[in-house]
Write a protein that binds this ligand. Structure first.
Ligand code: GLA
Length: 532
């Protein structure tokens, strides 16, 4: 496919040079058509009737951070069909169907994304030299409008796929001996994150006690990248992050570490500059900035490489990080495709996302958290399953639901990356994120991920074996009403009755005897015990 793109592009370069030269000489412009305003519109005379759509069209929307969000419609009108491609942030679609012409048209385009197909549909019309376009994200949405203008034919073309290294096993970098803890900007701030927010978060990590509880990584997610690379091909930052090195120095001065985000593709998920073709260079840049953690998000790589090529793509950057003079935690983010838990470690990864993105809702959090059972064998010291960042404190769930979230992540030995505004935490949020007994379960140095041992209807019991023989027992109630659950020790794998344990949310010690323990669990809530 990529060779096809390049060949087409080469041909197009010749055409573009001719077209651009002719356009400059002004011979294209000729009065043609009337706008609703009554203004006479110029049209390109090279386009014979029915050919007006042929060309490369771009929608360019400046972002407040000085970068430009771009979308390309590379169209060819052939008879009564419109063919070509659409490039939209990280996606690259081929037009599969069309109706109409420049006066009113519809195009449907699709792409393969791993094992699934993605489809987009646009309606449009040519008005003067503007291509007006409408699309809907979901059928029930109001159509959103954009305007595309002609650009040189090769602008925005997808680059070719790069050769990939032969697979091998990279050595362990010695980091993340327990699941990484810290904060990440994406869940709450998305593209609003900036230098000031990150500094404010770093300050609050210290004053709130988060740092001392173990949350040390302050991770900048997507949207920090500049519009283009510098003359030497170095990645740049946009106006929200004037100086990452200075920011890293600040974060380090607080006893914290700084993380950053990029993609193996030409674009990140939010459509910013990716690391494609600059793997070693970006790894070096990050090291020189003082970066301690990199999240490498598949995104724009999805149209260049197949899922089967993921291990090599991730290994390539893993090796680039290991070649730098800095110790950098390597976080793989490719949504759990291609059984990443089977090769993430060999690619140099310290953690790998196991699912799509979490959102601040009970159904999203539980769909992710409770689906992790089979992955337990793949986690261990230095390499963790990552069911995505925490939503605790973001407002979309009740306190019981957030306790379930935090408990489940601790049982799963998951990274604990808070995703809320640390500068403004309620006492309740603090009591959840800063419960040191629960954190101790997550950070247990044996590094053994917990598993489901019992399930009845909406009730589930999960157990995590801890260093020194302790066990964490989480009794979850996923149902919509409070219930009493009777834990029969023999049912949950205990040979003998634990004599005492601690209730980690009630923060009290409990004595028990007999073959079972009866406990009341609130709706969507949890009781978490640590048995000795
Ligand atoms: C993907 C990732 C998210 C976040 C965004 C940023 O969706 O899975 O965690 O990094 O990209 O664009």
């Amino acid at each position: 496919m990529n060779q096809k793109i390049n060949f087409a592009c080469l041909r197009a370069i010749v055409i573009v040079i001719t077209v651009c030269a002719t356009y400059k000489s002004g011979i294209f412009v000729k009065a043609h058509g009337t706008l609703p305003s009554g203004r006479v519109t110029p049209r390109l005379s090279h386009a014979s009737k029915g050919q007006e759509l042929t060309g490369n069209w771009a929608v360019k929307n400046p972002r407040p951070d000085g970068t430009v969000s771009k979308q390309y419609f590379n169209l060819r009108q052939e008879g009564d069909k419109i063919r070509g491609t659409i490039r939209s942030t990280q996606f690259f679609y081929s037009i599969t169907d069309s109706t109409g012409d420049a006066n009113a048209f519809s195009i449907t385009a699709s792409m393969k994304d791993g094992t699934s197909d993605r489809t987009v549909k646009y309606d449009g019309k040519l008005v003067g030299d503007e291509l007006q376009l409408w699309t809907r994200r979901r059928p029930e949405d109001k159509p959103s409008e954009s305007v595309a203008r002609r650009v040189p034919d090769c602008e925005g073309a997808m680059p070719a796929k790069l050769p990939l290294p032969a697979l091998k096993k990279l050595p362990y970098n010695g980091l993340a001996k327990t699941p990484p803890m810290g904060w990440n900007s994406w869940n709450l701030f998305k593209s609003r994150v900036n230098d000031e927010i990150v500094r404010g978060i770093a300050d609050a990590m210290v004053t709130s006690g988060m740092r001392d509880a173990g949350y040390v990584y302050v991770n900048i997610d997507d949207t920090w990248e500049g519009e283009s690379r510098d003359a030497h091909g170095n990645i740049t930052t946009n106006s929200k992050f004037p100086d990452v090195k200075a920011l890293a120095d600040y974060v380090h001065s607080k006893g914290l570490k700084l993380g950053i985000y990029t993609s193996p593709g030409p674009n990140t998920c939010a459509g910013y500059e990716g690391t494609y073709g600059h793997e070693e260079q970006d790894a070096k840049t990050f090291a020189s900035w003082g970066i301690d953690y990199v999240k490498y998000d598949w995104c724009g790589a999805r149209t260049l490489y197949t899922d089967a090529e993921m291990p090599a793509v991730y290994q390539k950057f893993g090796e680039a990080l290991q070649k730098t003079d800095r110790q950098i935690v390597y976080s793989l983010c490719q949504y759990g495709r291609q059984d990443v838990w089977k090769w993430g470690l060999a690619a140099g990864g310290n953690l790998w996302r196991t699912t799509g993105d979490i959102s601040d809702r009970w159904d999203s959090m539980t769909r992710i958290g409770f689906s992790q059972n089979d992955l337990a064998p793949f986690a261990g010291v230095g390499h963790w399953n990552d069911p995505d960042m925490l939503e605790v404190g973001n407002g979309g769930m009740s306190a019981d639901e957030y306790r379930t979230h935090m408990t489940l992540w601790a049982i799963l030995a998951a990274p604990l990356l808070a995703g809320n505004d640390i500068r403004n935490m309620s006492a309740e949020t603090k009591s959840i994120l800063l419960n040191n007994d629960v954190i101790a379960i997550d950070q247990d140095k044996a590094g053994k991920q917990g598993e489901r041992v019992w399930q009845q209807g909406d009730q589930e019991i999960w157990i995590r074996e801890l260093n020194g023989g302790d066990r964490a027992i989480a009794i979850f109630n996923r149902g919509g009403a409070n219930v009493d659950v009777t834990v029969r020790w023999s049912d949950v794998g205990f040979k003998s009755t634990p004599k005492k344990f601690r209730d980690l949310w009630a923060r009290s010690d409990v004595k028990t005897e007999g073959p079972e323990y009866k406990v009341s669990v609130p709706m969507h809530g949890v009781v978490l015990l640590r048995a000795r």
